[in-house]
Design a protein around this ligand. Sequence first.
Ligand SMILES: Nc1ncnc2c1ncn2[C@@H]1O[C@H](COP(=O)(O)OP(=O)(O)OP(=O)(O)O)[C@@H](O)[C@H]1O
Ligand SMILES: [Mg+2]
Length: 257
Amino acid sequence: MAEIAIKVENLKKSFGDKVVHNGVSFEVYDKEVFVIMGPSGTGKSVLLKQISALMIPDKGKVEVYGKDVFSLKGREKIDFREELTYVFQGGALFDSLTVWENVAFFLIENKGVPEAEAKEKATYYLSLVGLEGTNEQYTSELSGGMRKRVAIARALCVNPRCIMFDEPTSGLDPVMTSVMDMLILKLKKELHKTCVVVSHDINSAFRIADRLAILWKGKIVEIGTPAKIKSSVNPVVNQFINGLPDGPITANLGYEG
Ligand SMILES: Nc1ncnc2c1ncn2[C@@H]1O[C@H](COP(=O)(O)OP(=O)(O)OP(=O)(O)O)[C@@H](O)[C@H]1O
Ligand SMILES: [Mg+2]
């Protein structure tokens, strides 16, 4: 039986009268690539933020390697930031800092790592994501694909066990999408990371996933291996993975009860 990295139990989250999660439960195994899919606005980013304890649910529990993430205090919170890191949907880079300063930010600011040592680490992780030689550039000078890779190098720089990726391939061309897929698989196979990936890109999702979950109307409606998802008889899953215009998913998305 695989070790459980992340356990999500009965999460409920609303904003005003808008119900986003209405009992979301699932487990992510250690060292797997777990992909979360679902139509726009169904609460995928909110889910990652809750797992990362950046947002608190109304109800429910998240454990990361057995630790309740919503009860962490002081030092434990900082340690948790090294155990599980987050690559934001938009990258969330500091454009006033250089590439290496972005990557080393947490090490210098929160861990007090000396600048030279932090820079050496940043340089190593930048080369791992194929960005050698960009250290001194400002992030505003980079292409979208490069910015995404800087954000990944930053997430790797603290050597976490789990990395959460919010749409790592959105806005990328097909070649750069494959590069990103290969990078995620490399993190799993060579660095033994647990990767949770939110993706809209069906081909990419099936290429990288050990297991996938489909979020719809506040719940996980299907979960399993690519083969299981592809053969699902659930009409939401079938419509979503085949990109069909007609079905339960309409242009008016989200949770309407
Ligand atoms: N801080 C917030 N305050 C109020 N509503 C929010 C907040 N964050 C998210 N929401 C709402 O929660 C719902 C889910 O948002 P979320 O960003 O998680 O969707 P998503 O599945 O990631 O969509 P996309 O695929 O477009 O990125 C949306 O209706 C959004 O407007
Ligand atoms: Mg999102």
